[in-house]
Design a protein around this ligand. Structure first.
Ligand code: TRP
Length: 333
């Protein structure tokens, strides 16, 4: 029996930060590389076009995310990596599905709803800044998933509603034509709270992130910027109330965590704690940084991988689309 298909999309939005890596990328890569599934990861470049109109930035960000995922260990021999815009069949399906999508379903999609609400709060026209691409974003996302008959889709909690919509569209379509599309199952990434420089959740909107890839020097400098209290070095400290310790745990062995925890209780200087964090984090990130820098300096290697990915996925897309076009009555071949 063939393996189940595990698919996920990544919106190109610049260099990921440590929170993205620890919370989403590392677990998704482990799942995809496990060999348990047939893995498909793609760069959702057309999704970015709903808001990014700077061609140079979009292009650079496509390389950024591809290089980041590859550097973090996504193995292109085990997982097929491709770019959404290289598979035009996704857009054919997008149109077909949009004809089965009630407008009301899109009115309830949270990204659109949030935008409308912000407009209303700011006393603007409620549709200001809303393009149809943004409005129907979930239909394109459903097409990304359904064109390949995906079984499972690892996503963050903010994407669960979109998966629900994809399932609604499967039912709306299958209601007319029989069991043609497959209902995908969401796998929710475990939500671990990754603290940022100020101890709050690491997030671009709080401006407290540590980019996954910068120079080693800059990485160290940012770790040194993590906020601490003003306890003197010799004072006993509580590891369960320390951003540095929380981050340390995400990169270290149990033994290392035990050792550091004891040092905290004996009295550790914050400078020393930060040095310990840097040591374990950099141990994991340094080889990835090297790979990232290499790929960004040799973008043709990324191009090559994406071409190969599309070569593998397109025939599958064409076959599945052909079947769909037949059942809706637009094709006889
Ligand atoms: N919307 C997703 C995000 O912003 C990215 C995405 C696009 C996606 N298409 C997808 C994720 C299909 C999973 C499956 O993160």
């Amino acid at each position: 029996m063939s393996k189940k298909i595990c698919l996920t999309g990544i919106k190109p939005t610049g260099i990921p930060h440590l929170g993205n890596y620890l919370g989403a990328m590392r677990p998704a890569i482990n799942l995809a590389n496990s060999g348990e599934y047939d893995g498909y990861f793609f760069i959702a470049d057309y999704h970015s076009l709903t808001s990014v109109y700077d061609a140079k930035k979009l292009n650079e960000d496509i390389y950024n995310v591809a290089a980041s995922w590859l550097a973090c260990g996504l193995d292109p021999k085990k997982v097929t990596l491709y770019k959404q815009s290289d598979i035009p069949e996704i857009l054919e399906l997008n149109w077909i599905l949009s004809c089965f999508c009630n407008k009301g379903l899109m009115n309830r999609a949270h990204a659109y709803k949030a935008k409308v609400q912000a407009n209303v709060e700011n006393k603007k026209d409620e549709d200001q800044g809303v393009n149809i691409g943004l409005f129907s974003y979930p239909v394109l996302m459903a097409s990304d998933i359904l064109f390949l008959n995906s079984d499972i889709v690892p996503v963050g909690p903010d994407q669960l509603q979109h998966l629900e919509i994809a399932r609604d569209l499967v039912n709306a379509f299958n209601h007319h034509y029989g069991e043609i599309l497959k209902e995908p199952k969401a796998i929710e990434n475990e939500t671990i709270l990754i603290p940022g420089l100020d101890g709050r959740k690491m997030s671009k909107s709080y401006d407290n992130t540590i980019p996954l890839f910068s120079t080693e020097k800059k990485f160290k400098k940012l770790i040194n910027k993590i906020t601490t209290d003003s306890l003197p070095p010799e004072a006993s400290k509580d590891p369960s109330d320390s951003t540095i310790f929380d981050l340390f745990c995400l990169f270290s062995t149990e033994q290392e965590q035990k050792d550091l925890s004891e040092w905290y209780k004996r009295g550790i200087g914050w400078g020393e704690a930060k040095a310990e964090l840097f040591k374990v984090a950099n141990r994991e990130i340094a080889p990835m940084r090297e790979k990232y820098d290499h790929l960004m300096a040799n973008k043709s290697e990324i191009d090559q991988l994406l071409v190969e990915g599309a070569k593998k996925v397109r025939p599958m897309a064409q076959k599945n689309l052909q079947k769909i076009k037949k059942v809706i009555g637009v094709s006889n071949v």
